[in-house]
Design a protein around this ligand. Structure first.
Ligand code: ADP
Length: 597
């Protein structure tokens, strides 16, 4: 979808650019009015002393200049709207992709919005207009030749030297501009990340170190920018000197030709004006060179970013799922490479069943939870929700059927009600129902503005537990068919925990499938099944009682001692309980629940 939109945006802006080219054609043609006027005034009016001719000529000039002004206005408007249009079309695409790229662990995403702003600001700028005027240099050169070949040669020489100066400018600044932009981008990124960690910085007095690091990065970018500035200013100064000198030189050459009776006074003035027109766009391009290079980089990055394959393809709508979950050979390797986090996880859950995923830290539990809700694509294997790959489920549809409570709860800027309603239209009844289901209604009505309390930056500060409970209401909003919770009780007090268990029970009664990652034995009592994950592999899976019975029989420390293999897989009758080792439980490795479970 986004690549199409990029194409659409580009082709629509192309149409705009064609209009701008046409306007530029008209404008530059009309720019010839001034030298022609000069020519006529000097050579005709002054010699014939005809007042009428002067008036007519002036009227024609005024008309031409008014038309030129109108074209300039139209060109400016079209360019401005192309800029806005590009932003309008591309920012939603980039926004989506920025979020996607964050999941992929890439940091360019947010920068793409800055690059788009660079592009949008450049489109209506003088630099852009100068690029449209550039081809007209040739026309003005041709006109100079028509006046007198000497004027033509002088103008041509000037243009050649200016272009050379431009190329030298490009050559001496290109690398520095690219590098300083890159460094500035990294510095900005680091600053953003640092600001988020402000409490750690304050608590442990890290400010000096952090600010030194930032100064080093930013200072490097500034130094390079300074260098670029110095060089472009030098080139611009030489250009200006040269252009002014040649302009006067044209008059000198004109005077010489007049003395030799090869030209008239009018020709002399007209040649000078033509030279100004011919070199104007070149000079402007040289002046805007830094912007042009920057925008070229931004455009290239944007194109590459949007051309990257989509995270997921647009999926068709499926019927409402019942909540059957099947994990088939799930392997998850981090994007950057390295050891797999999950090494072939298999299990199935019937609709309406609940599962506790337990295991030591770093076992891959959170990763499994993310895969089950389709927030991440597995490297190999897949998770099926009612038979269909959950990752490719239509995301808007998932909004209705899936509830997810991540480990690090983040709420969005907005009111409590908006957060519970997942930032969609707030249906007060559904919001209150979700809050009651999550047993958080009373807590919310005690907030300063109840459901209308603003949270997020500048809003009401909520404690970790309060955030977690509101996030639970968000997860159960609309009675999802599948609820996945990652350590939902990490910040809860005992009341909160009791509320959480009641919520789980209520959802289960409503037929939802519930998967909960937990360290706490109390929650385990409320599930049908248990899955013990260790180092990315399923060590045990089955009905809770069975797994616990085996865990109790197998005190810690025994897992390394070889134990007799059971003659038959301990899988429960209804579900497939398989580890990576080929579909059988390996009870000899079963260990007691971590954290004393
Ligand atoms: P658990 O929830 O069981 O503590 P996680 O699923 O959070 O485990 O993480 C399992 C392992 O995978 C950890 O070693 C962690 O460092 C690694 N890991 C998790 N997410 C990523 C990621 N995006 N990139 C690289 N490694 C990751």
């Amino acid at each position: 979808m986004s690549t199409e939109r990029m194409g659409e945006a580009v082709s629509a802006s192309r149409k705009g650019m064609i209009a701008v080219a046409v306007f530029s054609f008209g404008e530059n043609l009309l720019l010839l009015a001034a030298p022609l006027y000069m020519l006529q005034v000097y050579d005709r009016v002054l010699s014939s002393r005809s007042m009428d001719t002067l008036i007519y000529l002036t009227l024609i000039l005024a008309l031409a200049l008014i038309t030129l002004a109108m074209l300039e206005y139209a060109r400016g408007r079209v360019l401005a709207s192309v800029g806005t249009w590009l932003d309008h079309k591309l920012s939603p695409v980039l926004f989506e992709r920025a979020i996607e790229s964050r999941i992929r662990g890439r940091s360019y995403g947010a920068e793409s919005i800055n690059d788009l702003a660079t592009l949008r600001n450049f489109v209506p700028s003088t630099g852009m207009k100068a690029m449209f005027d550039l081809p007209w240099t040739l026309i003005f050169l041709g006109a100079s030749f028509l006046l007198h070949p000497y004027f033509g040669y002088l103008a041509l020489g000037t243009v050649v030297i200016l272009v050379l100066l431009g190329l030298i400018g490009e050559f001496v600044t290109r690398d520095a501009i690219a590098k300083s932009n890159e460094m500035a981008m990294v510095a900005r990124r680091e600053l953003n990340a640092t600001v988020r960690n402000v409490e750690v910085i304050e608590a442990m007095g890290m400010m000096g170190n952090i600010s030194r690091k930032w100064r080093e990065r930013n200072g490097g970018a500034l130094e390079l920018q300074d260098q670029v500035f110095g060089r472009t200013t030098t080139i611009a100064a030489i250009t200006k000197f040269f252009r002014m000198f040649v302009q006067s030189l044209t008059l000198g050459l004109g005077a010489w030709l007049v003395l030799n009776q090869e030209a008239t006074g009018g020709v002399m003035i007209a040649a000078s004006i033509l030279l100004t027109r011919a070199v104007g766009p070149i000079e402007q391009c040289i002046g805007s060179w830094k912007n042009i290079v920057t925008v070229r980089g931004a455009w290239r990055r944007l194109k590459e970013f949007v051309a990257e394959p989509r995270f997921r393809t647009e999926a068709m709508e499926l019927p409402e799922p019942k909540g059957h979950i099947a994990c088939e050979g799930l392997v998850m390797t981090p994007q950057k490479g390295g050891a797999p986090i999950l090494k072939g996880v298999n299990f199935t859950l019937e609709a309406g069943e609940s599962l506790a995923v337990v295991g030591p830290s770093g076992a891959g539990k959170s990763t499994l939870a993310r895969l089950v809700v389709g927030a991440l694509p597995p490297t190999r294997g897949l998770v099926r929700l009612d038979g269909a790959d959950v990752f490719t489920w239509n995301r808007e549809q998932m909004n209705k059927y899936v509830g997810y409570l991540p480990q690090d709860v983040e709420l969005f800027a907005g009111t409590v009600a908006e957060n519970i309603a997942r930032l969609g239209d707030v249906d007060p009844e559904k919001v209150v129902a979700a809050a009651k289901l999550a047993r958080v209604h009373d807590l919310i009505v005690r907030l300063p503005n109840g459901y209308e309390t603003e949270i997020g930056e500048g809003g009401q500060h909520l404690s970790g537990g309060q955030r977690q409970r509101i996030a639970l209401a968000r997860a159960v909003y609309g009675q999802p068919r599948l609820l996945v919770m990652d350590e939902p009780n990490s910040n809860l007090d005992s009341d909160g925990e009791i509320a959480l268990m009641a919520t789980m029970d209520a959802l289960k009664k409503a037929g939802a499938t519930v998967l909960v990652v937990t360290h706490r034995p109390s929650l385990v009592q409320h599930v049908d099944k248990m899955l013990l994950l260790r180092e990315g592999q399923v060590e045990a899976f089955g009905p809770r009682q069975e797994v616990i019975a085996r865990l109790v029989k197998q005190p810690q420390g025994q897992e390394k001692t070889p134990q007799p293999q059971p003659s038959k897989p301990a899988a429960p009758a209804k579900t497939a309980a398989t580890g990576s080792g080929g579909g059988v439980l390996r009870p000899q490795k079963i260990v007691p629940l971590p954290n004393g479970g």
